[in-house]
Design a protein around this ligand. Sequence first.
Ligand SMILES: [Zn+2]
Length: 534
Amino acid sequence: MHFIQPAVYLLLSIALVGCTSAPVSGPEKDKTYRITVMHTNDHHGRFWKNSEGEYGMAARKTVIDRIRDDVAANGGYSLLLDGGDVNTGIPESDLQDAVPDFKGMNLLGYQAMAVGNHEFDKPRAVLEMQRQLAQFPMLSANIYEHGERLFAPYKIFNLGGVRVGVMGLTTEDTYKMVHPDHVANVEFRSVIAEATQVVPELRRQADVVIAATHMGHYENGHHGTQAMGDVEMARAVNGIDLVVGGHSQNPACMKAENVLDRAYVPASACTPDRQNGTWIVQAHEWGKYVGRADFEYRNGNFKLVHYALIPVNLKSAPQIPQVAEDPTMLTLLSPYQAFGQRQLGLDIGETDRRLEGERAILRTRPAAMGTLVARAMMEKTKADFAVINAGGVRDSLAAGKITYKDVLKVHPFGNTLVTVDFTGTEVMAYLNVVAQMTPGSGAFAQFAGIRLDIVHGAVTHASLQGLPIESGRMYRLVVNSFQAAGGDGYPPLTNHPSFVNTRFVDADVLRAYIAAHSPLKASDFESNEAVLRR
Ligand SMILES: [Zn+2]
């Protein structure tokens, strides 16, 4: 217990009075309040502009500051929200645990964000560090740990007398999208059940209710095999004025009622979705846009008067003048960008000779890069064998030093590793499909951990560690997320009961394997007799 000295207490009281000049009793009758909600989502590590000079937090700051100034000059109030998934996607951010991204969000003045599934990509200690770093709440009403909410469910803002409640919600799919260790004891409960409970609670304290969500915007609620998104939630739960969404990474702009404008052109007009009286907005991804929703509040009525998605230096919107990068933000972020670039150029390992990954070779016969990649996948996931499509391996590694940049050329797609536990019978059925992948195509398979005899496209014999596959035994297979989804004609695995998307990113896995096993001996990967074709 801390006791506050009377003199200090007096100072605190004065300070508190000083900053709570806005009335807490609620809005005045017959007065019109202007409230502007700015929003982004699915930032995914894009703190820096891309090589084309598009987006980036420095230009985003210029855009946001202008909107804030414009709103204030017209006697309005603004709120800046994010729909989650700040983490994962750009090596410069990933290898710094998104510290530059959260610091950038602080400088941009974010007031709340929804917790996204990718916030669980790193161990929990990283998420805790990010929570400490963020000068705004990470909200989620439906994430529980040991029966308690892991995050604050909502926060109430007083905007000139209008009390705006912002609640957070997170996709129920999160538990199957992240490493199980990161969500041990964590439950992602029904978003509808939680919202049904929280919205009336918020309504008693607030004049306006906003949901910052990371659940996805699916046209007319057709969410397919994914967990339900904003449309169904808004239909099921009364009393939400606005959903600031994320996760599906699209501009939520409608052509007609329940018809999404799939060909939305940057800088053109955007009509947000509306369900059950709830507006639903989403600003595509990566900070490509800042969404601006101008509302008027009067006598309990919260009316959208104007909406726009404002492109942030997008090349596809050349008619919009480029904005300058904010110098304060550049000063903050430049050291992180420089550090990230330096790290990417550092040696992570070496190889005694060139590791063959030439496209024409990889796609016709076992090649060193195929074996290397497949072994890295096996080691990371403790799988019994690995199958990788040749199209998933994009480059050779030259003799000598290897950098992370070199690894990213091998794996530019950011696929993740997926495992399934197969019976021996399932293994043979899978291999018989895989053995028929046409030589010369990207589908052509490279293997590790397994020895196959393939005669005229049929597997006549398969063994693991010298022992034939037994029909009743269990074997773990690792492939990439592209193959698992049925890409390149591979048998889809996503509906297999044992399907796990580990979310380990392929390039990261290969980098770690090279670092752990250097110096690599090319002959270890060339002398691969995994596959005998006759
Ligand atoms: Zn997401």
